[in-house]
Design a protein around this ligand. Structure first.
Ligand SMILES: NC(=O)NCCC(=O)O
Length: 379
């Protein structure tokens, strides 16, 4: 299984496939070509100085007579944890704040309206360890914890909506922990929060010892730049999870994640992209980068957790997608979306019209009953 030495699928294709054939390969693998965004050279200089990758693409939509284009720029951030995992907790959090602040500066220079960070971005990905301390010390209140206050400052300064996935400690309700994304409006106010609905029980991703299944349903956040939702990590394997955000009106669904090569790298390009197609919306898949190096783990197997392969990308409702960020570098992916494409694709494919939701609602209501017997016809 490749680690950091293998840069990305895109780099490999560019290197080995002749240009004419590459066009066809990309047409089939990536759908309609996304236009490269003309980002300021100062942004590229700053990204290079700060040692992270910067890429930008735009998705086009057809011109309409009655609606103007509804343009939103999103920023997806993937990053390593800058300090070793045995550094003091407060220092690790401060180092991550500093790193993200620098990346958000560049996002602002690129005109980003909505930015989203990776899952549990203020901490190393320690949920593999089953150990409580020090990892639970990274949990913070969603409404007014230090990270939310930090994001509020960024949001206000840059007139940018900030989606901040953290480990939440709900001090008002029994100190319960949740895997939460806080959505901060561009005004700096906390718009609300959403919680991870599905908890992995796969391989070392046994996260149920740390936080509970989300109890907030599928909220959608109205921002001046479009309606957004957050489907956290493992929720991307659940088509009904995406569907409910879409039914509640999401035009952009972020999927902040933490996942490793051996488990999911071949699923990664499919799932968020398929969700964009099936739900007539944009999806933004974000994965962290590097080794988890959770050096305090007592079990060797959990010290060597696997390689987080980055490869963050954006997919559109017409099935097109951006290239991914690399597998081995911190990065900012900027994508310009014309949200009119959502309804345009809805009108082409009519999945909402043909979805037969009332039939599934009826059948599912029966299927979850303990005495349900599956409809199997036999000779
Ligand atoms: N953090 C998390 O939910 N990881 C699960 C692994 C995966 O869904 O690929």
């Amino acid at each position: 299984m490749a680690g950091a030495e293998w840069g990305s699928l895109e780099q490999c294709l560019e290197k080995h496939i002749p240009p004419a054939e590459l066009r066809e390969v990309k047409r089939i693998l990536y759908g309609k070509e996304t236009r490269k965004l003309d980002l300021p050279s100062s942004a590229f200089e700053a990204a290079s100085r700060e040692d992270f990758e910067l890429q930008g693409y735009a998705f086009e939509a057809a011109e309409e007579q009655l609606r103007r284009p509804r343009i939103a720029r999103v920023g997806l951030v993937q990053n390593r944890t800058p300090l070793p995992t045995d550094a003091p907790v407060a220092e690790q959090v401060a180092a991550l704040h500093k790193r993200i602040e620098a990346i958000v500066e560049v996002a602002a220079a690129c005109g980003v309206n909505i930015i989203c960070f990776q899952e549990a971005w203020t901490m190393p990905f320690a949920f593999c360890t089953r150990e409580k301390l020090p990892w639970t010390e990274f949990a913070e209140p969603a409404e007014d914890g230090p990270t939310t206050r930090f994001c509020q400052k960024l949001a206000k300064k840059h007139d940018m909506v900030v989606v901040s996935p953290i480990l939440e400690r709900d001090g008002e309700h029994g100190d319960v922990l949740w895997n939460t994304a806080v959505v901060v409006s561009n005004s700096g106010a906390v718009l609300g929060k959403t919680r991870k609905n599905h908890i992995p029980r796969v391989g070392d991703f046994n996260e149920s010892t740390y936080y509970m299944e989300g109890n907030l349903g599928h909220p959608v956040f109205q921002t001046p730049f479009g309606r957004i939702a957050v489907n956290i990590c493992y929720g991307r394997h659940h088509p009904l999870n995406w569907l409910m955000y879409s039914i509640n009106g999401a035009e952009i669904i972020f999927n902040p994640s933490a996942t490793i090569g051996a488990l999911s790298e071949s699923l990664w390009p499919i799932e968020a992209r398929n969700a964009a197609i099936a739900n007539h919306c944009f999806t933004c898949a974000i994965n962290r980068v590097g080794l988890t190096n959770a050096s305090l783990c007592s079990f060797k197997a959990h010290r060597d957790f696997g390689y987080f392969y980055g490869s963050s990308y954006v997919a559109a409702p017409d099935g097109s997608r951006t290239p991914g960020l690399s597998r081995n570098q911190d990065g900012l992916l900027v994508a310009e979306l014309n949200l009119n494409l959502c309804r345009q694709m809805n009108d082409v494919w009519n999945f909402k019209m043909t979805g037969r939701y009332e039939m599934y609602a009826r059948e599912l209501a029966e299927a979850v009953k303990p005495n349900y017997s599956p409809t199997i016809l036999k000779e």
